[in-house]
Structures are given as structure tokens and as C-alpha cells.
Write a protein that binds this ligand. Sequence first.
Ligand code: GLU
Length: 448
Amino acid sequence: MSIRVRFAPSPTGFLHIGGARTALFNWLYARHVGGHLILRIEDTDTARNTQAAVDVILHGLRWLGVNWDEGPLTSDATGPYKGDRGPYYQSQRQENYRLRVEALLARDMAYEHEGAVRFRMPREPIVVPDLIVGEVRRELTDREARDPDFVIVRSDGQPVFHLVNVIDDLEMGITHVIRGEDHLSNTPKHIALFRAFGVAPPVYAHIPLILNPDGSKMSKRDQGASLSTYLEEGYTPEAVVNYLCLLGWSPKDNREILPVREIIDRFDLSQILRHNARFDMAKLQWMNAEYMRAMNPDRFYELCVHALAKAGIDTNRFPLSYVKAALDTCHGKLKTFAELGGYAGFYFTDEISWDTEAAAKGFTAEGRDRLRRLRNAFGALPEFTALHLEACLKNLAGQLGVKVGALVHPARLACTGKTVGPSLYHLLEVLGRDKVFERVDRALAWNG
Ligand code: GLU
């Protein structure tokens, strides 16, 4: 039997990283076993659902590289994902739900009550066999013991989550339900519904939650909770995928940087950890920096140009070789692409502006005197290359009896407007003699 899993988000306008991880685990499992992944939008709450809210999910999944395998051809010719398959929308399956409810009513497994339809829940407790959590047996509360039946169609005619979720899993042939542990308590109801429809329930695998560093439950408002943060802040999807995979799954050999191909090879549901995972932003940033460092130069370059454009910096105004050389000096220096505008913007501006406080500190009479001497020494160089510039600056520092930093700092400030950045000698070479002297001259003339 081929394995079929699904990701079934409700479109709330927000993709929680817990949801993103659920999608990822389903995808990894489908790819590992050569099964099918289905994307199903649970949009029965018509008041809240909009196409924009669905697009947030589709966009996030695409960014992560989570692709799904089937679904109706998208009919919206103007939509952003024209020509794609799927997803399935519950809002388009009302007829399926109606027929199933009729069947339950006809067999007296459901009954009408005050305009709603209620399901006859079995009176004995239902044991949930779960691949991750183990066997879960929940005793009925007193109220449930008295009246365990529950509404499956509201009096306004809307079928409820439990019902449509089960009908879809059944009709879509889902073999494994991999979802957040917050749904574990719903599962006895779902199992009872499967049985009522005369079908064996799927295998369940409930994934433990993602917690904040302090152990509290991660809510919508917590830092890093929304996947869009990572898109906006210039993370690389490979790093986010790698990090999310390690939140609740472990390859058991303490390796942390794992390319997704390898994760697919090694992923199995039985290795999902039982305890809740704690989100660690510093670790994700570290991982992102590692991925950026290891990235091949072409891809790094491409993502940089994109990030700069987003920061309002148009690199097209500059020769290609200049842009590439400039970005080369940034490779391995950044934690996220969002830092790039601040880090490398000086390469792509006609005039540096100095923060008054930083300039007052860096361009003192003494600082300017050193800068002037450095300019003279640079002026005598046969070649304006990092190697020559470095030797020249160090030589001058020796002559003046000052630390290298005493020359590096005002030179950096003069040419970049910053106190940190790429290697000074390399950035000077990239800027070139003319720009460097022009900027140094302006710094020398600085008077607050
Ligand atoms: N729509 C439900 C949610 O977003 C899906 C539950 C499930 O995966 O079964 O929580």
C-alpha cells in the first residue's frame, strides 16, 4: 500500500513555525518512503478565510521547498501559482460532507438535536495508538461519561472540524496523520468517526510542541513564531529547513548541519523525539551563518543582489565585476541577508554620510593627521591592491609607533561610514583609488 500523508492547515493569515515543521515532517516522510503528500486547506470557517491567507501558506511552503503531489489544477488564471496542482479546499467539498452526514443519520449513528446534528460517540474510552506518544488512553470526564455525543453539523448548517477532517482523511486515502500534539485530545473523536464510516483509522503520529526558550508555549506573538519573519529577515531556506528538522527529530549522531537530501534519507517517524522542543534563535542564526558561508559564490551573489534590492540599493548602476568583488568581501561575514544593506551599502552609494558621534570620535585632529599620512603613503603605491595596502598601512603604523587599529579605524570610518565591516584592505581595493581618496578627502575636511 502506498503511503499517503497530508498537511492540513487552516488559513489564518499566518504560518506558525510549528505548522511549518509539521508540513516539513509530512514532506520528509513522504519523500523518504516514496509516498504522496497532499495539501489540504481547511477553510470551513468562511468568515476568516481569504485567498491572501491561503497565499501566506503556499508561499511559505514553496520557500521551504515543500512540494505536494496532487490536487485539482488551479483554475484561477490570474493567481500566483497558475498551472499548479492543488491544494484541495474544504470549502469546495461541501457536497461530500453532506452525503456522509446523511449516511450517518440513515444508520442512526448521528441524530438531529435543536437544529444541529450530533454524533453518537461510543460510551467506552477509546485508546489512541500513536507512533510517537505511545498508547494514549484518556478517561472520560464526568460530563463526557454522561453525554459523550458531540455536534458534527452546527445549527447554521456548517459541518465542524472533526467531521470534515475525518471525511477528508478517509476520502483522500490518508494512511498516516502526522500533526501537532495539540490535536491528540481530538483523536478519540476522529477514531470513533472513522469506525462509524466503517473504515480503519490511519496511523497517528503526534509531534510534540515547540516551546519558547523559557518553556512556555510558543504563541503567535512570540519572537520567531511566524515563518514569514525568516523570509523577511533574509534567512536562507536551507538553514531554516535544517533547523526546523532538528526541532523534534535527531539523526542520533550529534551532527547538526545536514543537507535536506540526507535528512530525507535518514528521516523516520520512529525517531521523532517525545519531549517538547525549545526554540533557540541564536542557534538558528548560527546555522544560517554556516549555510551562508558554505553557499557557492553564484548563489550567494544572487541572494545578495536580491537582498540589496529589497533594502533599496540598486546594484545595476555598477559594473558587474565591481558588484561581485564587493560582495565577495562580505561572504562568510553575515548571519542573515537582511544585514547586508547595512554591511555593504557603502559600496553602492555616491556619498558616505557619517554619524556625528562616530565622526567626532574618529576624526579628531590626531585621527585626521594619521589619515592624511595614510593618504600620502597610499598615494605612492604602485598598485592599489589589498596586499600592497596592508603592507603600506602596517609600515606606516610602525613608523608612527601606533597600533594598526589607530590607522584602520579612521580609514574604515572615512571610506565606509561604519566602525565594522569587511576586511579594510579588501574593501579599499574594491572601492579603488579614486573613490577611496575622494572619501578620505571629505573626511579630512570634516568639521562637525
Ligand atoms: N486544520 C487543522 C489545524 O490547522 C489540521 C489538523 C490536522 O492536521 O488534522 O490545526
